[in-house]
Write a protein that binds this ligand. Sequence first.
Ligand SMILES: Nc1nc2c(ncn2[C@@H]2O[C@H](COP(=O)(O)OP(=O)(O)OP(=O)(O)O)[C@@H](O)[C@H]2O)c(=O)[nH]1
Ligand SMILES: [Mg+2]
Length: 218
Amino acid sequence: MRYDNKVYAHKLSLKNNYIYVNDDRREWMSIEERIIRAKIVLLGEPAVGKTTITKRFLGKGFSQVYKPTIGAEFYVKNFSLVDQVSGKEYQVQFLIWDIAGHEHFARIRKLYFKGTLGALILYDVTRPQTFYAVPNWIQELLTYSGRFVPFVLVGNKIDLRTKNPSGCVMTSQGAEYAKILSNFFKYPILFIETSAKTGENVEKAFAYLAQSIINFMR
Ligand SMILES: Nc1nc2c(ncn2[C@@H]2O[C@H](COP(=O)(O)OP(=O)(O)OP(=O)(O)O)[C@@H](O)[C@H]2O)c(=O)[nH]1
Ligand SMILES: [Mg+2]
């Protein structure tokens, strides 16, 4: 795995409560008022569960039917988060771009990265090849954002692992990879396993990302 050193010399700054990406004014964050409004993207191989986890997070239940996302879908979600550092509550608004994983959309995908402040990078624990593809998604995120973007590594579909644990990506493998990434980027990359079917850890995955963005901007 190789990443260009230039891309994670980040150019994000906070001026008058606006987050700037280079000189471009983007989303909003006030540490005093404890409010954050951030664009995030969901990335990962086709059918890892990006749309399903987003719908679950939005309280829209679970659908077994796979309908590949065409291009991208956009959602907004407000929630509160207790900052682990200050112990104080933040109001978070996520502007969520759920991006198609299919190769067919690779060319248009880059259009959605502009101004992104965070990402969930998903793999499907029952399909190891989706785990091995994660470096490509990190590369795409950093290259098209033009800088380091805080992200959370998410192993999804853990409800299916009980049926055939030996063919699946284990928790320890995900955790080990997150450790390697943290050392590489010199920034803690959080890792979590989820089930968009049962809802296990779904809210926590988005909360981890909000925490990671706050830590990054502080
Ligand atoms: N059992 C189980 N099935 C899941 C889970 N998450 C998603 N699925 C199923 O996996 C399939 C693909 O889910 P999607 O959310 O459409 O996948 P995606 O990553 O958005 O795929 P693209 O839009 O093509 O990139 C669907 O049939 C979902 O029902 C999960 O946690 N457990
Ligand atoms: Mg989708």
